[in-house]
Design a protein around this ligand. Structure first.
Ligand SMILES: NC(=O)c1ccc[n+]([C@@H]2O[C@H](COP(=O)([O-])OP(=O)(O)OC[C@H]3O[C@@H](n4cnc5c(N)ncnc54)[C@H](O)[C@@H]3O)[C@@H](O)[C@H]2O)c1
Length: 434
């Protein structure tokens, strides 16, 4: 699981950590220099120019959702456009350039540094980050330091070092008056909003237990090209490499874990997990295909979580809550013992939460209610990382141990060429990232 643990690779990861720390210091210094600088716009029709970083399925989808959101707010004058696109590979960048007509050849960028070039394009004040999550902490920091508002997809990191960086960037954004929304779209969905408010107000009494599921069929694998470098094959098949995806507990199950943290208004203090890699066979990569984790919250409530990606198995994607007085499906209903079921009737501006999240961010950028979801999504992502590290190692681990991990999974050299060799984690042998 860990990159080949030669002294050289260990020192590389340590250097990576030091680099992140010095970036953190630089960010804090910038914040101290400009404590109350705000780049927020104040008028409801101010123009918004977007840089899309990561032009795959979700990135282009999110850019489309952004345009739909701007039209929902003002059909006659949306005053919003996609100005620049950036991807590590030419194919997705070119496809996005053709899809969004205001992007020109001069504002379409390719490569590891494409994000920096896109951030430098004049007129950009809103950035969509939709690459694999391993890159998110680096891209978020660059966007906030460049003074941009951010929509970032979940998850937001793959290790504790990355989570600490995201938390710092979130704080820097607040100091600079920048807005951040995250792709945990259930937070922008009417049913969840109203139900969770009621649960927090005590509708089913004290919450004792939660369950969360993301069980689905097998995930894609794009195949490998023997003529390409190891790094290129890993980035192409990013879902299958933990430094890039965080494993599927992070990649997908983060949505359900986020709902549970939201209900509890807290994050777990420890996790006790297990799982394995049973059906992925000889596919390259080293992720697992099933996890089961018990989390404990500070007040003693327990969350039992399952996630699985195995073909021809029973699917289930949902959350459930048990309180002293009743039960709830937090997406829209609850039932008090001996009473009738209650169901939400709340309506937001848009029934599609993928559009609503951009409506909320656009409003904030144009001077409406501020939004900063960096901490929520960072904590939900760390909840997933905590469960993963507990399951991989077979140990009970605490929140603080995993948050304060000393080494990063991210390779020191982000360039085409060789990449670390990874092994499938074996509980009892794997050393957790703490
Ligand atoms: N909120 C949701 O419901 C939801 C749904 C799907 C995906 N997502 C998230 O969106 C992100 C992307 O997922 P996807 O399905 O679009 O994957 P994808 O593979 O279709 O797209 C990722 C894109 O990022 C590019 N990329 C990789 N590394 C890059 C880098 N360093 N710089 C620039 N571009 C880079 C890839 O070439 C690819 O085009 C993931 O974090 C995923 O979890 C969220």
């Amino acid at each position: 699981m860990n990159p080949s643990t030669s002294p050289a690779s260990l020192s590389l990861t340590r250097r990576g950590f030091l680099k992140q720390t010095s970036l953190a210091v630089a960010g804090a210094a910038a914040a101290a220099q400009f404590p109350f600088v705000t780049t927020s716009h104040a008028a409801p029709d101010d123009p918004i120019g977007v840089a899309l970083i990561g032009c795959g399925g979700r990135g282009t989808g999110a850019a489309g959702d952004f345009l739909e959101a701007a039209k929902t707010l003002d059909a006659a004058n949306p005053n919003a456009k996609i100005v620049a696109v950036a991807d590590i590979f030419p194919g997705p960048a070119e496809a996005a350039r053709r899809r969004f007509s205001e992007v020109s050849a001069d504002t379409c960028f390719v490569g590891f540094d494409a994000y920096q070039k896109a951030l430098a394009v004049p007129g950009i004040n809103y950035v969509i980050l939709a690459t694999p999550p391993g890159f998110r902490p680096i891209h978020l920091r660059a966007a906030i330091e460049a003074g941009k508002n951010v929509f970032m997809e979940k998850p937001v990191a793959t290790d504790g070092v990355g989570i600490r960086s995201v938390l710092e960037s979130g704080e820097l954004a607040k100091q600079k008056g920048l807005q951040i929304a995250a792709g945990t779209q259930r937070r922008h969905q009417a049913g969840y909003q109203e139900t969770i408010q009621r649960l927090q107000d005590g509708a089913i009494g004290e919450i004792l237990g939660l369950r969360a599921y993301w069980n689905q069929g097998a995930i894609w694998h794009r195949g490998d090209d023997p003529n390409k470098s190891e790094m290129e094959n890993q980035v192409h098949n990013w879902y299958h490499y933990v430094w890039l995806s965080g494993d599927h507990i992070c990649e997908q199950h983060v949505h359900n874990l986020d709902v549970c943290n939201w209900i509890m208004n807290a994050h777990p203090k420890s996790a006790y997990g297990q799982g394995g890699r049973q059906a992925l066979g000889s596919k390259t990569g080293h992720i697992w295909d099933h996890f089961a984790v018990e989390y404990e919250y500070p007040d003693g409530a327990r969350l039992f979580s399952q996630c699985r990606q195995i073909q021809d198995t029973q699917g289930r994607v949902s959350e459930a809550v048990q309180g002293t007085k009743g039960t709830s499906d937090p997406s829209g209903t609850y039932r008090v013992k001996g009473g009738d079921s209650w169901s939400t009737s709340l309506k937001l501006d848009h029934s599609n939460p993928y559009v609503q999240e951009h409506i909320d961010l656009i409003r904030a950028v144009r001077g409406g209610k501020p939004i900063n979801e960096a901490r929520n999504v960072a904590e939900s992502t760390l909840t997933a990382i905590l469960g993963r590290e507990s399951a991989y190692s077979g140990q009970i681990l605490t929140w603080d141990e995993v948050l304060n991990a000393k080494t990063s999974l991210i390779p020191e050299k982000l360039e085409w060429g060789p990449a670390p060799k990874w092994e499938v984690a074996i509980p009892g042998i794997y050393k957790p990232l703490i």
